[in-house]
Structure formats: structure tokens, C-alpha cells
Design a protein around this ligand. Structure first.
Ligand SMILES: O=P(O)(O)OC[C@H]1O[C@H](O)[C@H](O)[C@@H](O)[C@@H]1O
Length: 500
């Protein structure tokens, strides 16, 4: 058995790039110098640099909804003016920061927080709360942070079984404040407070909202002082940097929230100012485009070798696939490329699951290996365990890149399977912020390369519309229904099955 040589043995010293102390190593992408040159000229032709400038300048790059995508302003801690249609948005953002900071000092004796939200109003804060829980030395207020997203009452029941009604605070998070899962769950939690003898005043004081639709939150019964606004120019999946990230500040302190924003802001400055050839989000986007063009890839995996980042792939799935899972471009013309299927889970666990397919399956699936230099725990075993964790990460990437010959075809690894290595110096609020902003900016760059509007999501709506007549028809024991304008024959039969 021998190792195969790399197809394009790059000089490994030329394949590493650093931004905000995050190292990207593209050696196993097998992209040679001439190919990189071509890729950068594609970036220039696609006007990536101009697109980045437009994004930060508040131009209406989300043209279908006639809005900018200004989430970068939410992490602009220096408060340098960011103009939206001639008005600086920073004073309004800074006012929300001041209110979040004040709230952190106000909550005394709170045992449970129920954060109700779904999609972009859920993945980001859920990931951050989990990821930061084990940062050595982090100050945590130790509240039980419950995330309630699913309309399935199993999640609701699990949370309500554990929470103590008299010392619970509820944060209802919804950009639109019309999402049915969220409003129904919020009503159920309010009823639970009532059923547990909380007074009207207690309930009013326990309810908070984060939304871009303040009138709807008031209408729901939330006091104006308890409503934390954000704005329609923040896409839901880009909203963790707004008051949607409130749980981060409440649990770990406002300073930690600021560090999270600072890491993202540092990555934004890199994205905005670094030349394309040194720009991490751009390089990662181009590497993916290359694998689409050359290998026809239709999926990629993100594998964090860090238990703390268990929720990262879920966050990334919404970011990438909701942003760029589209088949027409900005001009309504069919696209050549759009978002591959994104999946992933933590290493080394993932190795013991679907890595077989990544090594020997017929399809080539590029991987982002995400590793952290420092272990997250201070246990006596930490150094030895971490060494094994990192060794596994490096070994998988090498095996995928080189492959292996063997007489027995069953033992042959084809090799030439591309991957990136992303190395964070440590996992804390700052580097978590930098990591998420890196991927956000990569998604935006991919949108620019594919000529896709990455900031709308019209495809999500139709299924929601259809759910309404179906819900009406789903009445146990009712007479069988026939197919009609809203419900086709297959679905009608399924409804009848459920109703029987
Ligand atoms: O925050 P909300 O308005 O409740 O929206 C929650 C989610 O709803 C939809 O599914 C959208 O596709 C998501 O982008 C959004 O994050």
C-alpha cells in the first residue's frame, strides 16, 4: 500500500492565510497558481470588490426587497457613521446596546429564560449560548437558557417541566412578529405563567420582545420598555448581532457580547479592506466555486473539531442554503451554480458516521475542517485528549487528499478530495464572532460570484401559505375531503388518513 501524491502539490507555505488570528490553509484544495489566478480574475469580473463596498455602504443590494443588508453595522463598535439613505444608523444601534447593558444589571434572581424564536431568531443565539458555556474562565450567571423554536409541543413541554414560573423571563424573538410557531408558543408560555398563579404585573414584567415589528409586539401585550427593536435591513439569518443576541449578554455579561461583536467587526474590516488575494471569505468562496467548476460538487461539509461548535452546522445551513439556494440570478435568469447542500457535525464523532462516504463514496464532497488550537476544558486530561482530537482532524484531511492504493478495490481510497483547514487560536466570544462573520461574508461573496441575491428567501413562503388550508382540513373524525384548488389528491388522501 502506498500513498498517492497530490495532484497539484502546492507549496504548503503558500497556502495559508491569516485574518483576525484565524488561519485558513487551502493546501488540500489542490488549486495551483494558474488556477488561483483565473479564480481571482473571475472575482474581479464578478465585481466582488465593488459588491463588498456597496454592502458596507448601505446600498440596496437586497434589491428584490429594496433594502440594504447592513448587519455589519450591528457590530460596528467604534460607532463610525453608517449611512442608510442619508441617515446614520449608529445612534439607534448604540441606544439598543445601552439598553441591553442596563438590562444585564437589572435581572436579579432569574432562574430561567425562555427564548422563543425560530430560524434566524433561534440558531445564532442558541449556538452562542452553547459554544460559550465552556469557555474557561467565562463568567456565567448560570440561568437556565431554554430555546423554544418548534411548534411541536414536545419542546414546549420539556422546557415548561423544568422552568420555575415565578422566576422565569420570556424573550419573544421574531423579526416579523407574525411567525406562527413563535406567536403560538409565546401564547402557550403566557398561559403557563397564568396557570401557575403569576399575577398580571408579574407576567407583564417577565415578557420581553426583540423585533423589527414593534407595533405587533405591543399588540401582543408587551410593554414598550421591554421591546428591543431591530430593523428591516437586518436579515433574520444575520440577526444574532442585534438584540436577538440578548441571551449572550444576559448570561455571560455585556462585555462578552461586545467581544462577540468585536470579533465579527474585526473580520468585517478584513473583508472590507484586504486585497482579494488575501481575503479569507473571498478565498474560501473561490475555492468552493473551483470545486463546482472542476469537480461538479453539489454538497460540502463543515466539521468543527470542537464539541462547543455542535450547533454551528445548523446555523451554517440556514446561512448558506437560505441565502444562496436559488435557481435564478439577480436578473431572473437560470443560474449555473448556487449553494451546494451543506451538512456537518462535530469531529471526531462525524468520522464514526458518514466519513466512509466522504472517503470512498462516488461523489466528491469538500470539507471545511474547523479546529481550535487550545482545548476548551481545564480538566487534567484536556491536553492529551485535545492532541488526539487535532491528530484526527489532520489525519482525515490528509487521507482524503492523498487517498491510498491497494490490490483490493474495496480498500482503495480515490483521494484528491478537497478540504480547507480553519484554525482558531481559541474558542471565546471574540473568535466565535470572527468565525460567524467569516462565513457570513463568504456567503455574500458566493452570492456575488453566482450573481444571486443572498438576502431574500421567497421560496420559504409558499409552503407556509399552503399550511393554512391544510390545517383547516385536519380535523380528526371529519368527513373525507376531496382534492381542491389548494389541496392535491395525494395530500387530500394523507389528510383523510390522519383524520381517520
Ligand atoms: O424572525 P421571524 O420573522 O419570526 O422569522 C423566522 C424565520 O422565518 C422564516 O422561516 C424565514 O425564512 C427565516 O429567514 C426567518 O429567520
Amino acid at each position: 500500500m502506498t500513498s498517492r501524491p497530490l495532484q497539484n502539490p502546492d507549496n504548503p507555505t503558500n497556502s495559508t492565510f491569516t485574518a483576525v488570528d484565524v488561519v485558513l490553509d487551502t493546501a488540500y484544495q489542490h488549486i495551483d497558481a494558474a488556477e488561483w489566478k483565473k479564480l481571482f480574475s473571475v472575482a474581479k469580473k464578478s465585481k466582488v470588490k465593488e459588491f463588498i463596498a456597496d454592502m458596507f455602504a448601505g446600498k440596496h443590494i437586497n434589491f428584490s426587497e429594496d433594502r440594504p443588508a447592513l448587519h455589519s453595522a450591528l457590530r460596528n463598535l467604534p460607532k463610525s457613521p453608517v449611512f442608510l439613505d442619508g441617515i446614520d444608523v449608529m445612534p439607534a444601534i448604540a441606544d439598543v446596546w445601552r439598553r441591553i447593558d442596563a438590562l444585564c444589571n437589572k435581572w436579579v434572581g432569574v432562574t430561567d429564560v425562555i427564548h422563543i424564536g425560530i430560524g434566524g431568531s433561534d440558531f445564532g443565539p442558541r449556538l452562542a449560548i452553547e459554544a460559550l458555556a465552556h469557555v474557561p474562565g467565562i463568567e456565567s450567571r448560570g440561568m437556565r437558557m431554554h430555546f423554544l423554536a418548534n411548534i411541536d409541543t414536545a419542546e414546549l413541554a420539556r422546557i415548561l417541566d423544568r422552568a420555575q414560573p415565578n422566576s422565569t423571563r420570556v424573550i419573544i424573538v421574531s423579526k416579523s412578529f407574525t411567525t406562527l410557531e413563535t406567536t403560538m408558543n409565546a401564547k402557550a408560555v403566557v398561559n403557563w405563567l397564568k396557570d401557575n398563579d403569576c399575577t398580571k404585573g408579574q407576567i407583564t414584567n417577565s415578557l420581553f420582545a426583540v423585533t423589527a415589528n414593534v407595533p405587533a409586539a405591543k399588540e401582543f401585550g408587551i410593554e414598550e420598555d421591554n421591546i428591543y427593536p431591530f430593523w428591516d435591513w437586518v436579515g433574520g439569518r444575520y440577526s444574532v448581532w442585534s438584540a436577538v443576541g440578548l441571551p449572550i449578554a444576559l448570561q455571560y455579561g455585556f462585555k462578552t457580547f461586545e467581544e462577540f461583536l468585536a470579533g465579527a467587526h474585526a473580520m468585517d474590516l478584513h473583508f472590507k479592506n484586504a486585497p482579494l488575494e488575501e481575503n479569507l471569505p473571498v478565498i474560501m468562496a473561490l475555492a468552493l466555486l473551483h470545486q463546482q467548476q472542476k469537480q461538479g460538487i453539489t454538497a460540502y461539509a463543515a466539521i468543527p473539531y470542537a464539541d462547543a461548535l455542535d450547533a454551528f452546522p445548523k446555523w451554517l445551513q440556514q446561512l448558506d442554503m437560505e441565502s444562496n439556494g436559488k435557481s435564478v440570478d439577480r436578473n431572473g435568469k437560470p443560474v449555473k451554480y448556487s449553494s451546494p447542500v451543506v451538512f456537518g457535525s462535530t469531529g471526531s464523532n462525524a468520522q464514526h458516521s458518514y466519513f466512509q462516504l466522504l472517503h470512498q463514496g462516488p461523489d466528491i464532497i469538500p470539507i471545511d475542517f474547523i479546529a481550535v488550537r487550545k482545548p476548551m476544558s481545564e480538566r487534567p486530561e484536556a491536553i492529551a485528549h485535545h492532541r488526539i482530537l487535532l491528530a484526527n482532524c489532520l489525519a482525515q484531511a490528509q487521507a482524503l487528499a492523498h487517498g491510498k492504493t491497494a490490490d483490493n478495490p474495496n480498500h482503495v481510497y480515490p483521494g484528491n478530495r478537497p478540504s480547507n483547514l480553519l484554525l482558531l487560536p481559541e474558542l471565546n466570544a471574540f473568535y466565535l464572532g470572527a468565525l460567524l462573520a467569516l462565513y457570513e461574508n463568504r456567503a455574500a461573496t458566493l452570492g456575488a460570484l453566482w450573481n444571486i441575491n443572498s438576502f431574500d428567501q421567497p421560496g420559504v413562503e409558499y409552503g407556509k401559505v399552503l399550511a393554512k388550508p391544510i390545517e383547516k382540513a385536519l380535523v380528526s373524525g371529519s368527513d373525507p375531503i376531496q382534492a381542491n384548488d389548494d389541496i392535491d389528491a395525494v395530500t387530500a388522501a394523507r389528510i383523510n388518513l390522519l383524520n381517520s
